[in-house]
Design a protein around this ligand. Structure first.
Ligand code: BG6
Ligand code: MG
Length: 214
């Protein structure tokens, strides 16, 4: 029985995944790497520094740690600039209604985002009140596909992992949810997220009546 729903942020609640992509693409172009949408799938859900390492691996480029830190900060400065104009109207259609209907059924709601920018995005979207607990990239040691982030969210809600469902758009996130012993709803394409218990093209398409059959 599902007693808690844990939402990823980027790509599940709002299209900030796109801003991550254009910021990484801009950085990659400085190394003459044309970062494709397909390659970008691998960056979803993983940490900032791991994302950079994946890009550098694509270009067969090795750099010292300090230089990697500098580049990751540069990408983040662009990302922060892009998201400052985000408004509540950009929340994906049906997401607030889905969360509210879950809350009305007594289901606890948590946010679990690998992003250190998650608190700012939630503030700009004005949806902090919808969550009983929030975990972001600044609170964890291992990012997805490690299950730590979801296990921490479940423990903050005081709900056993087996009674949690995760909504995720990243392959690494689906893996993390399953490794945590939770159910998972993939948001996006079955090609990437086929391991999830259910896949929907958009978050708002998920019907909470499906929870019993996950
Ligand atoms: C995840 C994104 O939510 O956060 C990743 O899917 C991103 O693409 C990661 O790299 C870390 O984000 P940030 O904002 O801390 O650089
Ligand atoms: Mg995501």
């Amino acid at each position: 029985m599902i007693k808690a729903a844990i939402f990823d942020l980027d790509g599940v609640i709002v299209d900030t995944a796109h801003y991550h992509y254009i910021a990484w693409k801009r950085l990659a172009s400085e190394f003459n790497i044309n970062l494709t949408i397909e390659q970008n799938e691998r960056l979803k859900g993983v940490s900032r520094i791991r994302s950079l390492e994946i890009i550098l691996e694509l270009g067969n480029i090795q750099l010292p740690e300090e230089e990697k830190e500098r580049l990751a900060s540069k990408k983040n400065a662009w990302f922060v600039e892009y998201i400052e104009s985000i408004r509540p109207e950009e929340i994906f259609s049906g997401v607030e209604e889905l969360i509210q209907s879950m809350r009305m059924k007594g289901i606890k709601i948590a946010l679990a985002s690998s992003s250190k920018n998650a608190p700012r995005v939630i503030e700009l979207l004005k949806i902090g009140h919808l969550f009983d607990a929030m975990v972001d990239g600044g609170m964890i040691t291992h990012t997805k596909p490690h299950p730590e982030i979801f296990l921490l969210a479940a423990s903050k809600l005081n709900i056993p992992p087996a009674n949690c469902v995760v909504l995720e758009d990243a392959e690494a996130g689906v893996e993390a949810a399953l490794a945590a012993g939770m159910k998972c709803v993939g948001v996006g394409a079955t090609a990437q997220l086929g391991k999830a218990n259910k896949v929907v093209a958009k978050t708002g398409e998920f019907d909470m009546n499906w929870l019993v059959a996950l």
